[in-house]
Design a protein. Structure first.
Length: 193
């Protein structure tokens, strides 16, 4: 989102979702029920829709910088796309990350598939009433826990590294404000003619 994340650089342990996610369809081959369950589950992340701008800081890219997020859905609302981009003072791209978020009705679980800084990974995502959380491995005996909170038009995400059971150390913080809607990623699809 960090992107969700200033992603793979850098959500906290699982918390209860706002409401139980949709259950698996009755049979293994039931595309209509599966997509309906996915579409319903993705509504829990509607708060991410739009374009966002603000500031981010990370221990790996010192000095605060302008950070943006944009988020929307594809595949009839069953998959969410999120792009995060940070800019230096001259407007050059300093960081860029991209993620897809999907929901598997059979497992009743969300997954974030993320690309950033040459890394790629799949991470369980926990949806909470006020945001989401996720965790990524960060070396032997270490993880980074990310916690995102969205209140109205403000989205804050913090990443804390925990190594070998030690205390959490903040390695990332993003504070962005919703600046409006976005037609991304649906706008610009290639038409039939």
């Amino acid at each position: 989102m960090t992107t969700l994340m200033l992603a793979l650089l850098l959500a906290a342990g699982p918390a209860e979702p706002a409401s139980p996610p949709p259950a698996a369809p009755a049979s293994a081959w039931d595309p209509a029920s599966r997509t309906a369950a996915q579409r319903e589950a993705m509504k829990a992340l509607d708060f991410m829709d739009g374009a966002w701008r603000g500031k981010a800081e990370t221990d790996r890219l010192p000095g605060g910088f302008t950070h943006t997020e944009r988020s929307g859905t594809l595949l009839d609302g069953t998959v969410r796309l999120v792009e995060g981009r940070s800019y230096d003072e001259k407007g050059g791209t300093r960081f860029n990350a991209f993620a897809t978020i999907s929901y598997d009705p059979a497992r009743r679980a969300y997954t974030m598939h993320s690309h950033a800084m040459g890394y790629v990974g799949d991470f369980p995502l926990t949806v909470r009433p006020d945001g989401y959380s996720w965790t990524q491995p960060a070396g032997p005996g270490a993880v980074v826990n990310y916690t995102a909170t969205v209140k109205g038009a403000d989205w804050r995400e913090v990443g804390e590294r925990v190594a070998n059971g030690g205390p959490p150390v903040k390695v990332f913080e993003m504070n962005v404000h919703r600046i409006g809607p976005t037609k991304w990623p649906q706008e610009g699809a290639v038409g039939p003619r």
